[in-house]
Structures are given as structure tokens and as C-alpha cells.
Write a protein that binds this ligand. Structure first.
Ligand SMILES: [Zn+2]
Length: 265
């Protein structure tokens, strides 16, 4: 293989049991990376500790093993996650990037409650409120493709960085150059690209522009519903008991994986 080595990641959130849609994304990403001799990282989006539960973390590692998935970087098990890889250990890093957004004066402290925001426009951008890490939300107004204006939260009121900031920073820091994600995250891709552009050449953000994104269709379950969110009953462990082999699931997903690899979007 010539050219740059592919570095990609799978990024589950331990706020529920994994479902068939997750398995499809992980197997597709892995197939793409392995076919090209690249490296795969497991990144666990565990920052929202109010939603992370031990049984979800255990399910995650059990499921990856059951699927036969191997990864080159990232936590090997729950203990390794907690001690070395948890996003909660990287809080100061996310704060550092947040400070750049503040210094650039593109981000602002918003003190509106969720109900306020439903009732009236937020005027906090002009108000120049001061930041209280446990109470203030930090937002950025973005211009997305197609002249779409979008306001996104990069630091949550609960005192933790928001998904869009964390995903951007982790992908930059981990040297990721290929992201395979569902079409339901198309908007997130636009948001993260816009955030990276605002940072310019700070924090290595200029590299984000060269990341290749592949957005795959969401696969449909037997009932015709798109399997992007777990509704409990469609948890992988329920549909495919761990005592059995993974063959039936692989048979279900492999045609979709081959189709996408042969003609990616
Ligand atoms: Zn506000």
C-alpha cells in the first residue's frame, strides 16, 4: 500500500446496550481499515457519567469480543478504560481547546435554561456573561453548508464538554484520518468541520479538513425501522444471545457491508 496509512476509530457510547446498527458500523469500519492495512482505535464516549452504567460498559466489551472485532489502540477492558483511556481523564485537554474558542471570541457563555430557549431567542452573545464551569453552557454560532445557521453547545450546563467538542478534539489528538459514521451524523460532520475551521491552525485543527468521512445508510431492522437508536428490545444481546455464534448476524450484515465497501458514498 502506498500513501498514508488509514487511522480510524469506532466510538460507542456506554449509555445503553449495543444494537444491530452499532454492530453494522463497527464491522464496516473494521472491514474498511483491515482491507487497507490501517489501524483501528476503540474510543469510548464515556464523558457523560450520569448516563454511563457499568452493565453497558461490560456489554460493550462482551459484544466486541463476540463480534470478533480487534482494535489496535484504545482500552482493552473496563479497567484499562477507567485507568488509562476514559475521556474523564482528558478534561483539562478539552478545557484547553474551549479556552481557544473563548479567546477567539466566537464562543459565548449562555445562562438561559432549556425552557427559556424554547420560549425566546438567546441574547447571551451580546451580554458577555462570565463562565461558571458547573453552571454555564458555552455556545458557538456556526455557518454550516447550504447557508444554514446553527448554534451548538460545546460545553454543557452540567459542567462537561459536549459531544461535538470532544469528538473533534479526540479525532485530532488520535491522528484519525478516516471516519465512518451513519447518515444520522451528517449534521455533526458539518458542525465539527465548522468548529475546526474556527480554530484555524490552533490545536492542530487545520488537519481536520483532510479527514475523509464516509456516511453509511442506516440499516433497517426486520420491522422496517432504521436501527440507529436502541429501543431496548432490539439490543444485540436480546436478539442474538451470547451463548450462540455470531454467524446469523454476520450473514445479515455482510451483504450491506460489501455493498458499501464496493461503492462508498
Ligand atoms: Zn442564552
Amino acid at each position: 500500500m502506498f500513501g498514508i496509512m488509514i487511522i480510524s476509530r469506532i466510538a460507542p457510547t456506554p449509555s445503553g446496550f449495543l444494537h444491530v446498527g452499532n454492530a453494522f458500523n463497527f464491522l464496516l469500519t473494521s472491514a474498511w481499515v483491515r482491507r487497507n492495512g490501517g489501524r483501528l482505535r476503540l474510543r469510548i464516549d464515556d464523558l457523560d457519567t450520569t448516563r454511563t452504567r457499568p452493565e453497558y460498559l461490560e456489554d460493550l466489551f462482551e459484544t466486541l469480543a463476540w463480534l470478533g472485532l480487534n482494535w489496535d489502540e484504545g482500552p482493552k477492558d473496563v479497567q484499562d478504560l477507567v485507568l488509562r483511556h476514559s475521556q474523564t481523564l482528558r478534561r483539562s485537554r478539552y478545557l484547553e481547546v474551549l479556552q481557544d474558542f473563548m479567546r477567539l471570541e466566537v464562543a459565548y457563555v449562555c445562562v438561559c435554561s432549556r425552557t427559556d430557549l424554547e420560549k425566546r431567542p438567546c441574547l447571551c452573545r451580546e451580554a458577555k456573561n462570565s463562565f461558571n464551569p458547573g453552571l454555564s453552557r458555552i455556545r458557538v454560532d456556526l455557518d454550516l453548508p447550504g447557508a444554514v445557521k446553527k448554534t451548538v453547545t460545546i460545553w454543557r450546563q452540567e459542567g462537561i464538554p459536549a459531544y461535538q467538542l470532544v469528538s473533534l478534539v479526540d479525532d485530532l489528538d488520535h491522528g484519525v484520518n478516516l471516519i465512518v459514521r451513519g447518515e444520522d451524523l451528517l449534521e455533526s460532520t458539518g458542525i465539527q468541520r465548522a468548529l475546526a475551521r474556527l480554530l484555524g491552525n490552533r490545536q492542530g485543527a487545520e488537519r481536520f479538513e483532510s479527514i475523509r468521512f464516509l456516511h453509511h445508510p442506516l440499516i433497517q431492522g426486520p420491522d422496517g425501522n432504521k436501527l440507529s437508536k436502541s429501543r431496548g428490545a432490539d439490543a444485540l444481546r436480546v436478539l442474538f444471545p451470547r451463548s450462540g455464534s455470531n454467524e446469523a448476524l454476520l450473514e445479515l450484515l455482510e451483504p450491506e457491508i460489501s455493498r458499501f465497501i464496493d461503492s462508498p458514498r
